[in-house]
Design a protein around this ligand. Sequence first.
Ligand SMILES: NC(=O)c1ccc[n+]([C@@H]2O[C@H](COP(=O)([O-])OP(=O)(O)OC[C@H]3O[C@@H](n4cnc5c(N)ncnc54)[C@H](OP(=O)(O)O)[C@@H]3O)[C@@H](O)[C@H]2O)c1
Length: 891
Amino acid sequence: MLEVVAEKTGYPVDMLELSMDLAGDLGVDSIKRVEILAAMRDQAPDLPEVDPAELGKLRTLQEIVDRMALDEKAPLDEKAPREAAQGGSATQSRRADRPPAVAPGVPPTASSAQPLPQSMRWALRLEATPASGFALPGLLDATAIAVLDGGSGLAELVAAGLAKHGVKAAASTPGATSDGVISLGGLADLGSVDDALAVQREAFVAAKAVAAKLTEGRGIFVTVQDTGGDFGLSGEEPSERAWLGGLPGLVKTAAQEWPAVGTRAIDLDRDGRDPKTIADVIVAELLRGGTPHRDGAAGAGIEVAIRADGTRSTLISYAADVTPGTQRVTKESVIVASGGARGVTATTLIALAEASGARFVLLGRTALEDEPASCKSATDDAGIKKALLADAKAAGIAIKPADLGAHAARILAGREVNATLRAIEAAGGQARYVAASVTDGDALGDALSEVRAAWGPITGIVHGAGLIADRYITDKSLEDWGRVFDTKVEGLRALLEVTAGDPLEVLIAFSSVAGRCGNRGQCDYAMANETLNKVLAVESRRRGNTFFARSLRWGPWDGGMMTPDLKKHFQDLGVPLIPLAAGAQMLVDELTDDSDSLELVLGGEPRPEALSAPDADRSVPATFDVIIDREAFPTIDDHRVKGQPVLPVALVLELFARAVEATRPDLVFSAIEELKVLRGVALEHFSEGGDRFRVRITRVSNGDGATFRLELLDADGRPRYSANGIAERSTPTRTSVPPRPGALTRFEGTVYDGGALFHGDAFQVIVGAPDIGETGLEAVLEGTASRGWPAGEWATDPALVDGGLQLALLWTCNAEGAGGALPTSVKSYRRFVRGLIDGPLKAILTVTDQNADRSISDVVLIDSSGQPVAELLGIETHVLPGSRTSSSVRA
Ligand SMILES: NC(=O)c1ccc[n+]([C@@H]2O[C@H](COP(=O)([O-])OP(=O)(O)OC[C@H]3O[C@@H](n4cnc5c(N)ncnc54)[C@H](OP(=O)(O)O)[C@@H]3O)[C@@H](O)[C@H]2O)c1
């Protein structure tokens, strides 16, 4: 054990004792613990597995030894949750003992240029995404949602708006018993950047307050901000509001750490509108905005931008190549680079020096100090520690391992800084180093005065300083959060302040894909990086066309912060690591880009599942909650039986189709099969509060497409409808048009007679009188768009579907001389066109079976070009008991 620890930490073995505290005495963090254990297992393969989460709790080397001995007696299946074992998870700061980004004394460049992997660059845009109509998952079941006002003045209104629909929400501060948070601070008026940053801190504190509960179960976590209703992409919001921009980073991380929780980051343009209107928009989004996709682009559906005109959009990443053009960095440039002396930022600057010959001011906390002579010949951490220990022994000084380790780390960091300075000079640039924290505005101000005197004004900033201290929200202290967040955010603020009078032409921020996707254990880092992106957009707009800003959301590099353990984690997930040479070239190329994309992901594809283990078990049923009321579905007012609003079959079919689409957005919803009305639904609360339903969807099979079992459950959990839903790679087609069903004559009765066809205006889709005969009918139908239904994202054309069912009722009642009939099942509905269908359509109904009580028929809908657009096959229609009249055909 001691030999392995010595090898992995570099402490000489005779300095180690089993009683030593791993963190306090040896500076061993959780990643290093895993490394030590792995190395021990290499030597003794029979040693039992110890989960990293448990390993993290062991304080001393002796406790590890005891644990392993104990474990021999423990049952093998006694394993801690898988989540805790993920890389990128709750680990301590890796700064102290991680290997330097480059070998000491070696310039941090990669000599053999590796080819750039394809599709390594992703830009960002907003894409209009209408609300799906489903409630935010967890909203309707939550028992105590805290609506945190945060100075917005909206909490009472939002809570009341939700309560009207039976949602258990109250204006309050989140606490341990809350199972939901709606944080509204991002909508408050802001007097300063400090106010904006306080909102971000408050949101983190709110998340932490509910973290223990939400880690375990369901609930909701929502933030609302006003950064222009476009997540700051245009940079048009007042500048201090951009400093709110990290809120979605918290929500996207929460979504990964709490997979069963409904999450939403809303950017809502207040646009001077009154509080009630704004509260109504928020309530509507929560009640009907829908469910974030489990697959697809990063955060799809978690971030929702709502413009003042009501346009609802989500953020989409798309592959985009550099458009090479302007050479922005030249040998005249004076670039201040935080974090530029070490890590991957250093690597990129050396390449930039080679391409431009520019002058660089490198900032870092590492103080350059003279190395003891004894260390000069030592080339690695262990060698340096050995030499330092020998010095201490010779001088009769007792030295603690942690102090020894810190000294060795300082020496290595200093060597890395010097190596970078030399490498920049060797590449044709000039470099000077300033040992100061990027957050220390005074020190920066003094240092840059000297630089200006020597080199002239500052023309560019590369903000590369950053650190990580990974812990789940539930374990993360406000202090840790602040360290990580401030290095990036206060660092950028200080850099902008000290260069306010400089003619800045270039501003580059080293951001992270963790901001785009969220990342377990990294809510602080994700929030900080998101903030950089948004502040750069505002700066870019404020400074005009000649100013060049880029927020580079790097994916994982093969260097820098990337520990061996994290590397393995990403490799296991199939996420490519950015090779040093390729990444350096990417920065050089980016600085010549003439496109107007400011926020870029460079590296792995920005998908949340690319950064976390894909743990969504798709055979587990997913649920989609929906409230049916007049506000959301006003046309149901025209679907009343004896005055009582009734849920139309066509709307159930629509909800099923939406659930399939939301579950597999990568496929195309194509069909509903075996739709059964188990029990029709009267909507008792249609006018007040609404009736709640849940669509339960379970995967039945998965191949080229997917088949799902669908159920519509009422508020008491009773199934009312069931069906199978089919999703395919592409929309199915049908070319054959059925023949005219026998001899037909004009229908002479009143189509919408208030009996068989009881429908009001919005559902009166049968145009004129059909031609009807013994084995079918032909009619003209118009669809949803023509009947004035609310605009929106319809998966089917529900009015047309209803029209098809109406034809079956009409034919059955006519044939049976009945005054009423109801559809009870549909064998299959297939659509050949997505969404609403324009114009009058021909409908051909063909009866396939008939007896006194029921008929079975097929309806095919054909557009004006003769193309079938949808079909309803096997519509089973039953005559309502007692509705037969004396003029019945059979009678
Ligand atoms: N490596 C990756 O996979 C990866 C992925 C995405 C994004 N990034 C981003 O790229 C940047 C560099 O990362 P890296 O991997 O090279 O990390 P790193 O090896 O840990 O280097 C961090 C750099 O930041 C400096 N720094 C930290 N705190 C500072 C402070 N308060 N003031 C001034 N400098 C400070 C460090 O220098 P001192 O220690 O001397 O202060 C060092 O130069 C970071 O912004 C990171 O977020 C990296």
